[in-house]
Design a binder for this molecule. Structure first.
Ligand SMILES: *Cc1c(COP(=O)(O)O)cnc(C)c1O
Length: 389
């Protein structure tokens, strides 16, 4: 079935042909020399993409939620205090996971479309003793990017570990794990990493690993226990086979290919490309007079846009955009779910994809009765995309 619709949701994203082809390669034994080399190289590449040369990478079959639970299960013991910076749906999920693993959770909520200011977090950290601070880098339910660098530095100053949910940001938004001294940066394959769904990915700092080693209580999950996975990851990094649970061989082929492409682009170039594409989309939405869920430009993520429907429009607009050949996503935040939609723009996205998407939204709005002249939003996006460095 020929399908040229563009998938512009906040994950899964459009994948590169070479990544998809790796999924169809002949599956090797997970202990064969060929696979050992590929898995080992993928783990080395994760350290480079995470900008964490001394970090410990983990790759486990599962989704981003599993990576979240892996961080919580290993770093939190029953009774530990956790400070959760709550920016929406995925922060709620992280709080629930922490509670399930016995943490005593304090949340710092933020009104929809905002993130708590670092001052507020400094105050919270000073008023109690926390084992971990948890923050969602890009909250996919609101399109808000939290000011992660000052927050992880504050955690460090107050002796707390920092866990950053990077599922909608890793390999797209600026994140320097070693420079910022962040402890866990976790993600899933299907977002900006650019690999079909199925991998939970996490890099832990040496300090996080020490904290895990110092546990007095066993991790409450065999599948998630670093004790099971660390020897496996260490073996593959030393180019030796090892087995705990069968790795998803073809997804790891695809991961290796995608991480190779990401590093060939270069992390700084990649961060800059996402920043420009994010700005191009925001210029287009502004030209269409659409309001964004993030209340300030400085809080707007470069990996997705969360856009309120114009007055008179609702979720039927999504079908109109689909008719024009682009698939976007509905709302996710429970309090505003029916009032907005989301456009993913991360990973292998090109300027042509930006224009195709903006064009489709513009035509769908015209079809729904908009009086903005055709091409207004396209011109605004083009202006940003064609800026000289
Ligand atoms: C998508 C997402 C998740 C959940 O990932 P799954 O792979 O769906 O489990 C968690 N956090 C954020 C920020 C996300 O964008």
């Amino acid at each position: 079935m020929p399908d040229r619709d563009l998938l512009m949701i906040p994950g899964p994203i459009e994948f590169e042909p070479d990544v998809l082809r790796a999924m169809a390669d002949k599956t090797a034994s997970h202990v064969s020399p060929e696979f050992v080399e590929i898995f080992g190289r993928a783990l080395d590449r994760m350290r480079q993409v995470w900008l964490a040369p001394d970090g410990q990478p983990f790759v486990v079959a599962g989704s981003g939620t599993l990576a979240m639970e892996m961080a919580a299960a290993n770093l939190v013991q029953p009774g530990d205090r956790a400070l959760v910076i709550n920016t929406g749906y995925f922060s709620d999920r992280m709080a629930a996971i922490l509670v399930r693993h016995g943490a005593v959770v304090t949340q710092v909520p933020a009104p929809i479309g905002t993130a708590p200011a670092p001052d507020e977090i400094a105050h919270a950290l000073a008023s109690d003793s926390y084992k971990v601070l948890v923050v969602t880098h890009v909250e996919t339910s609101t399109g808000v990017r939290a000011p992660v660098e000052p927050l992880v530095r504050l955690a460090r100053q107050h002796g707390a570990l920092s866990i950053v949910d990077g599922v909608c940001s890793t390999a797209a938004e600026v994140f320097r794990q070693a420079d910022w001294d962040a402890d866990v940066f976790l993600t899933a394959s299907q977002k900006a990493i650019g690999v079909p769904p199925g991998l939970a990915l996490l890099v832990a700092s040496p300090r996080a690993m020490e904290t895990w080693r110092a546990r007095r209580t066993p991790v409450a999950s065999v599948y998630l226990d670093f004790a099971e996975w660390l020897p496996i990851m260490e073996a593959y990094m030393a180019r030796k086979p090892a087995y705990f649970a069968t790795p998803p061989v073809n997804l790891i082929y695809a991961l290796d290919v995608s991480l190779g492409q990401i590093l060939a682009e270069g992390m700084e170039a990649r961060f800059a490309r996402h920043a420009r594409i994010g700005r191009a989309f925001r210029a287009a939405w502004q030209a269409l007079d659409l309001s964004l869920v993030p209340l300030e430009e400085s809080l707007a993520a470069n990996t997705l846009s969360a856009i309120y429907y114009p007055s008179g429009a609702d979720a039927t607009l999504l079908a109109g955009i689909k008719q024009e050949g682009v698939i976007v996503a509905g709302g996710l935040h429970p309090e505003i779910r029916t009032r907005y939609f989301r456009v993913g723009h991360m990973g292998a996205i090109t300027p042509n994809d930006v224009l195709a998407t903006v064009g489709a939204v513009e035509r769908a709005l015209l079809g729904a009765g908009s009086s903005t002249p055709p091409g207004t939003a396209l011109a605004a996006a083009q202006a940003v995309l064609s800026e000289r460095e």
